[in-house]
Design a protein around this ligand. Structure first.
Ligand code: GLN
Length: 469
């Protein structure tokens, strides 16, 4: 049996029955990583000794019969989430040698469950990007076609699951970073409601948008991980007291909205066909499909690419060559700042810091930042109105499947435009899931299922029923 093919549930069943141990599982994954990672570049760090020690601990728990579903199951973590005593680079040269002094809350929770952490996965620098190419440590290749990107920013987390180098991974999503790479790699990516999972220990990109979520082989696994990591955390003031509870939602009569703005010019016809076919499947299962309008969609990117960078310019001020990471010697303090940031940050990060600083500066604040926040309200209202009429919204995740490495790397605007379907709901803090529903050639295509706040149950239950057809 190839242990690396198993889902969380299957691992759990096997561990329970004694078909294999957590050490067996962990070794199988370490082996696979050794074989595949050089080419794919999904992992930035593999903690062989640490993972095997955790697996041994898990096996003891399993022997005592007192263990939960994640116990002994090997996973990997996006390298923007802190795992104590391990390097946390955020895909940046500026944090190349930075070692995390504490566990993120999600890691604390996974460790309590007895998870085995194989290592840290590649990403766009500081989670800024949609292809993985902004990583200071090289792009991650798409396991389905190695000449193509694996999506971003959770590039390594998606590729690791798709290439069976981890059972599941954690990613983070600010404007699509879980859902888009999940779609490009043909796996399930869940970006939960803003506030449902603690952000404590996640290196910040845009704090009003950032959210940690799971990347898994199946919808059932997404449920399992979400249940384990969600909940109120006193260390993150934006986290809320909400515990996910699973129950089956009847698709019969369920109203599914399909926004007409999401099928406008620009979407690849083959992608549109696959997504529309998936919508038809839901209809066959009894759902009622209703065309809706989200009229402010066209302003979402402009709003996001002002709000995001504004928050970035504040959040990244701390990387100054003094407090964290890279510090270059200079003739005075300003020189240290200039050299450390100048050499430490990549082009995309610098671009966003400059845009954000400009948008927040006196004289421009009202024209840009405030306007963008007003637009954000309009987008929220669009979704509020839509959810008065429908239970869920179905859309594509991306207008096209995974593109060639280098294809958009020199064109930031083309890269930003690719986020058109994943950003609007994020500005409204809504949950969304990417479900693999077909392929263009060998390239996977995802369906995005968006729910109202804290409606993960509806999303997951419906996704599972479509997954099974
Ligand atoms: N592609 C988007 C960006 O570059 C989303 C990134 C993310 O969700 N972290 O901002």
């Amino acid at each position: 049996m190839d242990l690396t093919k198993l889902t969380i549930r299957q691992c759990h069943e096997g561990l329970k029955k004694g078909d294999f141990t957590s050490v067996d599982l962990t070794k199988a994954f370490l082996e696979k990583i050794k074989k595949n990672n050089k080419e794919l570049n999904a992992y930035l760090l593999v903690d062989e000794a640490g993972a095997l020690a955790q697996a041994e601990e898990a096996d003891k728990k399993i022997e005592s019969k007192d263990f939960g579903i994640l116990c002994g199951v090997p996973c990997a973590i996006k390298d923007a989430i802190m795992v104590k005593d391990q390097k946390c680079t955020a895909g940046s040269k500026i944090l190349e040698n930075y070692v995390a002094p504490y566990d993120a809350t999600v890691i604390e929770k996974l460790k309590k469950e007895g998870a085995v952490i194989l290592g840290k996965t590649n990403l766009d620098e500081f989670t800024m990007g949609g292809s993985g190419e902004n990583s200071a440590f090289g792009p991650t290749k798409n396991p389905h076609d190695k000449t193509r990107v694996s999506g971003g920013s959770s590039s390594g987390s998606a590729a690791a699951v798709a290439s069976e180098m981890a059972v599941y991974t954690l990613g983070s999503d600010t404007g699509g970073s879980i859902r888009q790479p999940a779609s490009f790699c043909g796996i399930v990516g869940l970006c939960p409601t803003y506030g449902s999972v603690s952000r404590y220990g996640l290196i910040a990109h845009g704090s009003s948008l950032d959210q940690i979520g799971s990347m898994t082989k199946s919808v059932e696994d997404a449920k399992i991980v979400f249940e384990a990591i969600s909940g109120k955390d006193l260390k993150d003031a934006t986290s809320v007291d909400y515990k996910f509870k699973e129950s089956e939602v009847d698709l019969k009569g369920l109203k599914i909205g399909v926004p007409k703005e999401y099928f406008a010019k620009g979407i690849e016809p083959e992608v549109e066909k696959i997504v529309r076919d998936a919508i038809k499947k839901a209809e066959k299962l009894g759902a009622k499909i209703i065309e809706i309008s989200l009229p402010s969609t066209e302003y979402a990117l402009a709003s996001y690419y002002i709000i995001g960078p504004s928050e970035i310019s504040a959040n990244l001020a701390r990387f100054d060559g003094i407090k964290y990471g890279l510090s270059e010697p200079g003739k005075d303090l300003l020189d240290v700042y200039l050299k450390s940031k100048g050499h430490g940050f990549g082009a995309e990060v610098k671009r966003r810091i400059m845009i954000g600083t400009y948008c927040l500066s006196s004289g421009y604040y009202d024209a840009y930042y405030k306007k963008a926040q007003e637009v954000r309200q309009l987008i929220k209202q669009d979704f509020e109105k839509a959810f008065e009429k429908v239970d869920l919204i179905f859309t594509p995740v991306s207008p096209f499947p995974a593109f060639k490495i280098g294809e958009k790397a020199d064109d930031p605007i083309a890269m930003y435009l690719a986020d058109i379907y994943t950003i609007p709901m994020k500005l409204a803090g809504l949950p969304g899931l990417s479900l693999p529903v077909g392929k263009v050639g060998k390239l996977p295509v995802g369906l995005q299922i968006i729910g109202n706040h804290f409606q993960e149950n509806k999303i997951l239950s419906v996704a599972e029923q479509i997954e099974k057809t």
